[in-house]
Design a protein around this ligand. Structure first.
Ligand SMILES: Cc1cc2nc3c(=O)[nH]c(=O)nc-3n(C[C@H](O)[C@H](O)[C@H](O)COP(=O)(O)O)c2cc1C
Ligand code: SF4
Ligand code: SF4
Length: 261
């Protein structure tokens, strides 16, 4: 299936940089001229109309695809018909069928799924102590992910797509390992984003970054509007650590650029 190497675009959701980094590395190795779009970029939909082959990148959330990614598929079902899609999925620890979650939706829309790649990267949940790693461990995880991307690209070059997270067994692992118990967390957009009014100075950084346009600054305070896709981008960038979602306080803001040269 060498044809993907000549005629594809990539679309990704990335809150804190992991998925963007992995998608860009993957695309650069396959064809450095292929266009890459953030999901919130209006041009992503035009690219979807134009290209037959699509790399779809996203971070796993509670062993599911983020709501914004599921909506990109479900709300534009006719655009996906006939597409050949490769799902690239990043995760902090474990997902089972992270790639399978979007793959099943894509198939319902008439797309075919060429393959899936699961990449373990540092965890992005800034307001939880769970899964936190040292700087050295994070750098090593990223190096291993880069190696895995290089292997996947070699494999694709020889006509075989990796199939991470797409098989029946992976589906069971994803479902029973986590999704079944946490499905409520990703069923819809979250209205749980909290702004600490004593910390927020109304600088607008969060408003300018949110891919969902879920935040506006009103009377010098950021206000969320209940359509958070839980990407953690605002939380990792707020200069005053005023935003939380899962936890009660920011433990460690995570930005991938701090760990790559
Ligand atoms: C709300 C949320 C839920 C997450 N759930 C999982 C999970 O179930 N399994 C896992 O391995 N990683 C999980 N992660 C970690 C991210 O998938 C991982 O850090 C990812 O690489 C972040 O990508 P990004 O920097 O492109 O946003 C979760 C992250 C967030 C923000
Ligand atoms: S980035 Fe932080 S301080 Fe700035 S407006 Fe948003 S919540 Fe407030
Ligand atoms: S409000 Fe923050 S965490 Fe939620 S989608 Fe927007 S940037 Fe991401």
């Amino acid at each position: 299936m060498k044809e993907m190497e000549q005629n594809f675009c990539a679309i990704y959701l990335s809150g804190t940089g992991n998925t963007k980094f992995c998608v860009e590395k993957f695309v650069n190795l396959l064809d450095e001229t292929a266009p890459v779009f953030a999901i919130e970029d209006g041009a992503a939909l035009s690219a979807l109309e134009k290209y037959e082959y699509v790399v779809l990148g996203y971070p796993v959330q509670y062993s599911n695809a983020p709501k914004m990614v599921r909506d990109l598929i479900a709300n534009h079902a006719p655009l996906w018909k006939g597409k050949k899609v490769f799902c690239l999925v990043t995760m902090g620890a474990f997902s089972g069928d992270g790639a399978g979650c979007a793959a099943r939706l894509l198939k319902k829309c008439g797309a075919s799924v060429l393959g899936g790649l699961h990449l373990k990267m540092p965890d992005s949940v800034c307001d939880s102590k769970l899964l936190k790693k040292s700087t050295g461990e994070k750098i090593e995880l990223i190096r291993l992910a880069e190696e895995k991307i290089e292997c996947a690209v070699l494999q694709i070059g020889s006509g075989k797509y990796p199939q991470n997270g797409l098989g029946f067994f992976s589906h069971l692992v994803g479902l029973f390992g986590q999704r079944l118990w946490f499905y409520g967390k990703t069923r819809s957009y979250s209205d749980r984003l909290k702004i600490d009014k004593s910390r927020c100075v109304g600088c607008g950084v969060c408003e300018s970054l949110c891919p969902m346009k879920n935040l506006t600054v009103e009377n010098q305070i950021a206000v969320p509007h209940g359509k958070c896709t839980m990407c953690y981008r605002c939380i990792s960038h707020c200069p005053h650590r005023a935003i939380t979602l899962v936890g009660k306080e920011v433990v460690e803001q995570y930005k991938l650029k701090d760990y790559i040269s």
